[in-house]
Design a binder for this molecule. Structure first.
Ligand SMILES: [Zn+2]
Ligand SMILES: [Zn+2]
Ligand SMILES: [Zn+2]
Length: 240
């Protein structure tokens, strides 16, 4: 149950055990800088940053397709860099310096590099929230207006290991910190009064039939987030 912080690679928004990150690849060779260190795999939903040789603007190319693209500013060709033939891996330093972007799903819709640059999430149908200003993204989808720096931070953060895909939560005008995929034992251990079940339901804000009973969590998953500002904890869950 070693956290990234304990491994010396601290992520402000991921304070969970390393095994709770779906993209953590252990110690491996970084495809970008060849360092032999803690690495993360870049697959579907990940982008590699490539500077346009003509105009100097940063572009993002799909890490899974590895196809060349056209510059988003001057429309000249931008070439996908050679990153080896195997899986594309990125070390902590390269990820933190923004050489790649790991797309995240959030309570306000998908966030990838386009959303991070514009400061508006991809949105969800009929979104209503008092956490952020909301804008009409068209076709009944509404995005949340969130400062780019917070969205960029999400893209430089590992992905929680979930059953159906993560739903990142926000509090106090910023992303919350993912603190882990919790079992019944975790809730009982951390419950202030020892009542793990009541603690789970307080974090979920509701009673979900069968969720506490599924202790093996092979059918369901419970994901806990903590606000780095007000320390509030909130959980969400999914099912196979
Ligand atoms: Zn590297
Ligand atoms: Zn260009
Ligand atoms: Zn908060």
């Amino acid at each position: 149950m070693t956290t990234f912080k304990a491994l010396g690679i601290d992520f402000p928004l991921f304070d969970a055990p390393a095994e709770d990150a779906s993209d953590y690849a252990g110690v491996a060779t970084c495809s970008f800088c060849s360092a032999q260190t803690h690495s993360f795999s870049l697959g579907i939903g990940c982008y590699v940053q490539v500077r346009c040789a003509t105009c100097g603007v940063e572009n993002w190319l799909d890490a899974d397709d590895r196809a060349n693209g056209l510059c988003r500013s001057c429309a000249r060709p931008v070439e996908f860099p050679f990153l080896g033939d195997g899986e594309v891996l990125i070390c902590y330093d390269c990820l933190r310096s923004g050489r790649a972007a790991i797309t995240k799903d959030t309570e306000f819709g998908m966030v990838s590099w386009e959303q991070a640059l514009s400061g508006v999430t991809h949105g969800v149908p009929g979104l209503k929230t008092d956490k952020f200003p909301v804008v009409d993204n068209g076709n009944g989808w509404y995005g949340a207006v969130i400062p780019s720096q917070h969205l960029l931070e999400l893209l430089r953060t590992p992905t929680p290991s979930t059953i159906q895909g993560e739903t990142w939560l926000f509090c106090c005008q910023q992303p919350m910190t993912f603190i882990g995929r919790w079992s019944r034992a975790n809730f009982s251990h951390y419950a202030p009064d020892g009542d793990g079940r009541a603690y789970l339901e307080r974090l979920l804000g509701k009673h979900v039939p069968g969720l506490w009973e599924d202790d093996l969590h092979d059918v369901t998953g419970i994901y806990v987030y903590r606000c780095p500002f007000c320390r509030r904890e909130v959980a969400n869950w999914d099912i196979a």
